[in-house]
Design a protein around this ligand. Structure first.
Ligand code: BGC
Ligand code: MN
Length: 390
C-alpha cells in the first residue's frame, strides 16, 4: 500500500492501542505517587517483626506482585504496642489498589488505617481567611475528659495530626509543648487548639514533651527534644514552641513560620495585653526548621524558671535574624492560672555567658533518655529523662 493511502481501520485501531499502552507505561514509569500506610500492630508484635513485616508488606501490598520502594518509620514502640508508617512510592495507577484488601491475612490482623496522600491533589489556597472566626471565646470550665475530646475530634489521625482532606499544604507544622504535671491545662489546650489549627487549614501535629521525675524543669531542653523527636516522625518545615497555659484569643494569629522567627504571644491578658520588653521571646514562638538548625536550637543550660527564651532572643540577633510579630490586636492570649514557679536566681549569670556557648550548647550537645513515645489520638506523647550536670 503506498504511504498516501488512508490507513485501514484495523491498523488505526492497532496504532491507537499501542499508543495507549505506551502512554500508560510512561505514566507509570516516570511519574510516581506516594501513599502513607499507618499500621498499628498490637497483635503482630514479635521479635521478627522487622523481618516479617517489612518484606511481606513490600511484596504483598500489590497484587501484581511487584515490589516498590518504601520509607519505613517506626512511630512508636512500647511494651505491648508498635506503631509505624510506611510511605510507599508507586505509580499513580496503583493508588486505588492500595488498600486493606491487598494485605495478606497475617498482616491485616493488625488494625490498619490508610491515609492516601496523593500528590496529584491541588494545593490549598494561601488565604485561609474564609475559614476563620477572628476573636474566639476561651473556655476554662468544664474541663473535658480525654474521651470527650477523642469523640469530638474523631477527624484526627493518631499522634494529634490533621491535614486538609481535599488539598495539599506545602508546609508541615509541629507544635511542641514542654510539659510536666499540668493535666487540666493540657485538656483545655487540646480542646481549644485542635479546632483552631484545623480552621487555619494547617498540616499539623501536636507533640507533648514531658519531663519525667521531679527535678529542676528544663523547658528549653524539652523543646530541643521535641524538635529532634518530631523530625524522627516526619519531615516538618515549621516549629511552634508553645507554653501549655497560653490560649490564643484570635484565629487570625496564624500558626505558620514566616521568613523570620516570630514571637507569637505578644499580648497576654495577665500582662495587660502589652509587650513587657522588646526582646522578649517567651510563651509561644515560631521558628522554621532551617533557622532552628542554624541557631543550634535553644540552650540546654537553663534549669528552673526563666532565661532560656531570652538566650534564644540573643541567638536570633547573633545570627542576624530578627524577631517578627503580629500586631497586639491579633496576637492576644489568655493565660490559664497556675501557681507561679520561683524564678531561677542563676538565670542572669547563665544568660550573660550565653554567647560563648551558642555553637556548642544546644541541638549539638543535647542528651536525653527517651522513656516512652506514644501516638495518642489527641497528641504525640514523648516522655524523657534529662539530667542536670552536677
Ligand atoms: C525571664 C523570661 C520570661 C520573661 C517574662 C524574664 O525575666 O528571663 O524567661 O519569659 O521574664 O516573664
Ligand atoms: Mn506559665
Amino acid at each position: 500500500m503506498p504511504p498516501w493511502c488512508p490507513i485501514s481501520p484495523y491498523k488505526g485501531l492497532l496504532i491507537l492501542v499501542i499508543a495507549f499502552v505506551l502512554l500508560e507505561y510512561f505514566m507509570n514509569t516516570f511519574t510516581s505517587s506516594k501513599t502513607s500506610l499507618y499500621l498499628n500492630t498490637t497483635k503482630l508484635l514479635s521479635d521478627d517483626k522487622e523481618n516479617r513485616y517489612g518484606p511481606l508488606l513490600k511484596t504483598l501490598l500489590f497484587k501484581n506482585n511487584k515490589t516498590y520502594s518504601y520509607n519505613k518509620t517506626i512511630l512508636s514502640t512500647t511494651k505491648n504496642e508498635s506503631y509505624f508508617s510506611y510511605v510507599v512510592t508507586h505509580p499513580p495507577s496503583l493508588a486505588s489498589k492500595l488498600n486493606n484488601s491487598s494485605l495478606t491475612p497475617s498482616v491485616s490482623e493488625a488494625t490498619s488505617t490508610i491515609e492516601a496522600q496523593n500528590e496529584s491533589i491541588p494545593l490549598c489556597p494561601d488565604d485561609v481567611s474564609f475559614n476563620l472566626k477572628g476573636r474566639i471565646p476561651i473556655i476554662r470550665t468544664p474541663v473535658p475528659t480525654v474521651q470527650d475530646l477523642e469523640k469530638r475530634f474523631n477527624w484526627l489521625q493518631p499522634g494529634g495530626h490533621w491535614q486538609p482532606e481535599n488539598c495539599r499544604v506545602l508546609s508541615k507544622v509541629a507544635i511542641v509543648i514542654p510539659f510536666r504535671c499540668r493535666g487540666e491545662h493540657l485538656l483545655l489546650f487540646l480542646q481549644h487548639m485542635h479546632p483552631f489549627l484545623k480552621r487555619q487549614q494547617l498540616d499539623y501535629r501536636i507533640f507533648v514533651v514531658e519531663q519525667d521525675g521531679e527535678k529542676s524543669f528544663n523547658r528549653a531542653m524539652l523543646m530541643n527534644i521535641g524538635y529532634k523527636e518530631a523530625l524522627n516522625v516526619n519531615h516538618f518545615d515549621c516549629f511552634i514552641f508553645h507554653d501549655i497555659d497560653l490560649l490564643p484569643e484570635d484565629d487570625r494569629n496564624l500558626y505558620t513560620c514566616p521568613n523570620q522567627p516570630r514571637h507569637m504571644s505578644v499580648a497576654v491578658d495577665i500582662l495587660k495585653y502589652k509587650l513587657p520588653y522588646p526582646e522578649i521571646f517567651g510563651g509561644v514562638s515560631a521558628i522554621s526548621t532551617e533557622h532552628f538548625k542554624l541557631l543550634n536550637g535553644f540552650s540546654n543550660s537553663f534549669w528552673g524558671w526563666g532565661g532560656e527564651d531570652d538566650d534564644m532572643s540573643n541567638r536570633i540577633r547573633y545570627h542576624h535574624l530578627h524577631i517578627s510579630r503580629y500586631p497586639l490586636t491579633i496576637a492576644r492570649y489568655t493565660m490559664l492560672t497556675h501557681k507561679k514557679d520561683k524564678p531561677s536566681p542563676s538565670r542572669y549569670d547563665v544568660l550573660k555567658q550565653g554567647q560563648q556557648r551558642f555553637d556548642k550548647d544546644g541541638l549539638n550537645n543535647l542528651q536525653y533518655k527517651l522513656i516512652h513515645k506514644k501516638f495518642n489520638l489527641l497528641y504525640t506523647w514523648i516522655l524523657v529523662e534529662i539530667n542536670q550536670p552536677s
